[in-house]
Write a protein that binds this ligand. Structure first.
Ligand SMILES: NC(=O)c1ccc[n+]([C@@H]2O[C@H](COP(=O)([O-])OP(=O)(O)OC[C@H]3O[C@@H](n4cnc5c(N)ncnc54)[C@H](O)[C@@H]3O)[C@@H](O)[C@H]2O)c1
Length: 464
């Protein structure tokens, strides 16, 4: 069996960057080159100061500092890195389609296809191609089709190796994953390719945690894993609304049901709704695939997870309006947090974007503070929705580098991300600078509500 010594990863994003940095750290004998078309992104990965790498993840800068220049390289020369590699990971984005058939539901596989064609074009030696991106079940068929019709005589094996890392804990998850999933062909060549990839992971992951399956089970399992995780959040969020009507407390309900070993305690935290680039897109994809096979009930069942999430975001925003005497026009609302979760600078599909959009429709002024998200990203996220002009977004939203300034003169504070630092603020000082009655809408149930009420705040949590 061939031992892998040279890996190329196409896509230096939130998955490609951390995943391959950890592979390089754990496998000093393998040369790992991460390539991307985005020159600015590659330049940031190569920044001499590792604190400036484009993805914020606890511990990632240290991993990059250790491996970069030794056996980890970042480059824009995609052709050369592919040509040299024995194994090529595809880790490019697969967003929801925004046009044509499947618009708003199916995955846009344009970038995957471009990668496959590029690999086909530049390869002069046999390669193992690894789908790291999350893909609709049976995508490997299309990738194979493109690769097997080059006429160059070069042989390719296509594996599926979906990534289960969670942003915010990516390094930890990659160093010690619950499992690694590898799907490949039943053929002898397919099994050899699987073994080659198992060998890479076995440098630091116990073999019993490396699961191997056929390609289609592996592709589908990733969509299903995200659907199940998101379903738990929507389930607990649905109950949070019922708690608010019945004086039951969602934190108590979560604890009571989470101690059942069949249910378990994780992902039972009620919130303003899930975000991130994956949950929504992957469920929509599952729904789309189910519909395309005529499975209406299956599709409707999973779609409800998204409907519930949209409802939770919207009801959080409308609750703010209602509590502020049915109008926020001209009022200042401070946002603590913009990232879709703590310990990441990723804002894709963040609940904050949708809550801000609702409040801007109501003519509020929003003052945002987030410890890791850059100002332009916040404006970009709002512009992407195309709800109003670029100028209106900029007039309605100000971004601050200091949380106390963001809360200065505000009618209300909305907590949109569960950053730990929010718990340790001088809330007395914040209270003193706000308009009264000073209101807090804790969309993550992270603050000490009792202590805040003692200061004088009017506090609204989720499901409490
Ligand atoms: N973000 C997560 O937490 C997560 C977790 C598991 C799986 N995934 C999946 O991993 C994939 C990548 O996600 P991400 O969050 O890293 O996306 P991302 O947008 O952060 O990164 C993708 C990168 O690929 C680059 N790219 C696109 N086409 C290219 C091409 N032809 N050649 C070279 N570079 C190209 C883009 O410039 C971009 O930098 C998606 O399929 C996603 O669903 C993401």
């Amino acid at each position: 069996m061939r031992k892998i010594t040279n890996i190329c990863c196409i896509g230096a994003g939130y998955v490609g960057g951390p995943t391959m940095a950890v592979v390089a750290k754990q496998c000093p004998d393998i040369k790992v080159t991460i390539v991307d078309l985005n020159e600015a992104r590659i330049a940031a990965w190569n920044d001499p100061d590792v604190n400036n790498i484009p993805v914020y993840e606890p511990g990632l800068s240290e991993v990059v500092a250790e491996a970069r220049g030794r056996n980890l390289f970042f480059s824009t020369d995609v052709d050369q890195a592919i040509a040299e590699a024995e194994m090529v990971f595809i880790s490019v984005n697969t967003p929801t389609k925004t046009y044509g058939s499947g618009k708003g539901m199916g995955a846009d596989l344009k970038w995957i296809e471009l990668c496959a064609r590029q690999i086909a074009r530049v390869s002069t030696s046999d390669k193992i191609i690894v789908e790291k991106s999350t893909l609709p079940v049976r995508t490997a068929e299309a990738v194979r089709d493109i690769l097997h019709n080059t006429g160059s005589g070069v042989k390719f094996q296509v594996l599926s190796n979906p990534e289960f890392l969670a942003e915010g804990t990516a390094v930890e998850d990659l160093l010690s994953p619950d499992r690694v999933l590898i799907g490949g062909d039943d053929s002898e060549e397919g099994q050899e390719a699987i073994a080659a990839l198992v060998d890479v992971y076995a440098n630091w992951i116990p073999r019993e945690r490396i699961l191997t399956t056929n390609v289609w089970s592996s592709e589908l399992s990733k969509l299903v894993a995200n659907a199940f995780l998101a379903q738990r959040i929507s389930s607990i969020n649905a109950i949070s609304e019922l708690c608010e009507k019945t004086e039951a407390n969602i934190n108590e309900v979560s604890r009571a049901i989470g101690t059942d070993s069949r249910i378990g305690p994780k992902f039972l935290k009620a919130s303003v709704g899930f975000g991130g680039s994956c949950f929504q897109k992957d469920i929509l994809n599952l729904v789309y695939i189910s519909r395309s096979f005529g499975l209406q009930e299956v599709a409707d069942y999973w779609e409800q997870v998204i409907i519930m999430n949209n409802h939770q975001r919207k009801r959080f925003a409308l609750n703010i309006v209602k509590s502020l005497y049915n109008t926020v026009s001209g009022k200042k609302i401070a946002f603590l947090g913009w990232a879709f979760k703590k310990d990441t600078n990723d804002t894709r599909e963040s609940a904050a974007i949708y809550v801000a959009d609702e409040l801007l429709n109501e003519q509020a002024f929003i003052q945002v503070y987030d410890p890791k998200v850059q100002t332009e990203q916040i404006y970009h996220d709002l512009e992407y929705l195309e709800t109003r002009s670029v100028e209106s977004n900029r007039n309605g939203v100000s971004v601050y580098q200091d949380p106390y300034e963001a809360c200065d003169g505000a009618h209300a504070i909305a907590v949109l991300t569960e950053w730990d630092e929010f718990k340790n603020y001088d809330w007395q000082k914040i209270y003193a600078k706000m308009l009264k009655p000073a209101k807090i809408f804790d969309g993550r149930n992270v603050l000490d509500h009792k202590a805040l009420r003692e200061i004088g705040f009017q506090v609204n949590g989720i499901g409490v």
